[in-house]
Design a binder for this molecule. Sequence first.
Ligand SMILES: Nc1ncnc2c1ncn2[C@@H]1O[C@H](COP(=O)(O)OP(=O)(O)OP(=O)(O)O)[C@@H](O)[C@H]1O
Ligand SMILES: [Mg+2]
Length: 249
Amino acid sequence: MVKEKSEVLLSIHNLETRFGSRTIHHGLDLDVYRGELLVLFGGSGTGKSTLLRAIIGLDKAAGGSIKLDDEELSELDDKGWREIRRKIGYSFQSGALFDSLTVGENLEYPLREFTKLPAEERKASAVAMLARVGLPGIEGLYPSELSGGMQKRVGMARTLMLDPGLILYDEPTAGLDPANSKMIAELMRELKESGKTGILVTHDVACALSVGDRIAFLHGGKISVVQTRSDLDKAPDERISAYMNGEIE
Ligand SMILES: Nc1ncnc2c1ncn2[C@@H]1O[C@H](COP(=O)(O)OP(=O)(O)OP(=O)(O)O)[C@@H](O)[C@H]1O
Ligand SMILES: [Mg+2]
């Protein structure tokens, strides 16, 4: 559970992002506590994925500050960003698997890129991770041979290969059947219980409420409100409840 004086792992202050002349975020502030799973709600196109991409430097911020463990990310050079991408796992909205590689090779890819592990250990690690996401024995298949739900779980497995401390989940249950969604929710809960910090972007209200510690609502380029799960149960903020009831797009 999140306590009042929890330690801040990720601190975003006065963030601004733009595409050309179009501003997506302006003056966005958000603190994420170590060990919590923070849910980010917001209408389609409000900039949830862009915020996650800014955190890992795929979309560079136009202004403001993003600090991870007190390290200012905008000041990093390429080597610094490489290190950050080892510490932060990003589970893409699409599975983003390499079609020409087998499932096993997809999972080994981050280990090849970032570690000097020998081939047998990489392979063993990929096999073990597939079992962890409930897909044992599929390392020899290609992504095109998998269902959408399986591809998403393989994508999630690849995100976990480097054992990141902070995990960004971009709509991990979108388009999944209830059984696959439940499996993903259980995996996120298990990761949280093992001490991982997470930001979960989702339109899946049931999943968000089952695993989230706090709920943040992105609206008009800013985080307009953040509520803990227990405050939400007691007295939901009207913007968050309007969003959950489908009254805000
Ligand atoms: N590479 C890009 N170039 C130009 N505009 C972009 C780019 N990526 C996103 N945008 C725009 O930025 C806005 C925010 O996009 P983003 O993908 O962050 O939204 P989102 O909140 O994740 O939406 P969804 O819930 O549909 O996934 C959108 O209006 C989108 O059109
Ligand atoms: Mg998105």
